[in-house]
Design a protein around this ligand. Structure first.
Ligand SMILES: [Zn+2]
Length: 256
């Protein structure tokens, strides 16, 4: 009996992660809610939760536009650009934004420099050290996180950043003020693709994004090797959105 209980406990997440994507939209919503609420760090930035003033999750427009944004950060092990994602977006000349952290920028200097030369790619600021909880830092430390990374990105690309995204989506009111006082706008997202979830399938990623997409939306994916199905899912996502009349834009065109 004891063994059976242990086996059930261990197998439950495996089975739930392998569930086929649901066919109708109502059950899809329930299922994706479970994916997001299971992730502590993204819970408060979940699209079903209120976001405080100063955190931009949608572009201020009614136009049929969508911003594709990608986080490029390194945590414990070395991280590199996901070339599968890059080759598709570059081939199609689809505008997108990359939020780069300092460690990732240092490791991927040459590639970052090349990308910055393409005018449809926007490089923005994701802090120097990528502290998962910047709400535990002093204002001085937060300032340093932003400006050190800005200077590094400037050194590599020759361009200044003006948009900031907090690591893990974690912040407090004071953090927002500090970053805004440096002349930045804080850009997060309304739709988390949940692509760092190892259980996410291409089909579910596509359905989740297409089900939720609205004019002015900011989508977040990962381009640091943690978006396990992102490169596979992107062509279908962008093609379907284009068919619905959307075009892709860089947030700076609407925010700065
Ligand atoms: Zn990050």
């Amino acid at each position: 009996m004891y063994y059976i209980i242990i086996i059930i406990i261990f197998l439950t997440p495996v089975f739930s992660g392998c569930k086929k994507p649901p066919e109708d939209n109502s059950s899809l919503k329930k299922e994706t809610l479970t994916i997001n609420s299971g992730r502590k760090d993204s819970l408060k930035n979940n699209i079903f939760v209120d976001i405080p003033e100063g955190i931009i999750t949608k572009l201020p427009t009614k136009e049929n536009v969508i911003a594709l944004t990608f986080d490029a950060c390194e945590t414990k092990s070395p991280a590199y650009f996901d070339e599968g994602i890059l080759s598709y977006l570059i081939k199609e000349k689809i505008p997108f934004t990359v939020f780069v952290s300092g460690k990732f920028g240092l490791r991927n200097k040459e590639r970052l420099k090349e990308l910055s030369k393409l005018d449809f790619i926007e490089i923005e600021n994701h802090s120097f050290n990528h502290f998962q909880h910047m709400e535990n830092l002093t204002s001085g430390q937060v300032e340093k996180e932003v400006t050190e990374n800005e200077n590094l990105i400037f050194e590599i690309t020759g361009k200044r950043t003006g948009l900031f995204r907090f690591p893990g989506g974690n912040y407090n009111k004071q953090n927002i003020e500090t970053v805004e006082n440096l002349g930045y706008r804080v850009v997060h997202w309304r739709i988390p693709a949940s692509d760092p979830d190892r259980h996410v399938t291409k089909g579910r990623l596509v359905k989740w994004v297409l089900y939720n997409a609205q004019p002015g939306d900011i989508l977040i994916f990962h381009i640091n090797g943690k978006g396990y199905k992102t490169a596979e899912a992107l062509p279908e996502i962008t093609d379907s959105l284009k068919k619905r009349g959307y075009r892709f834009v860089k947030p700076e065109e609407y925010i700065k």
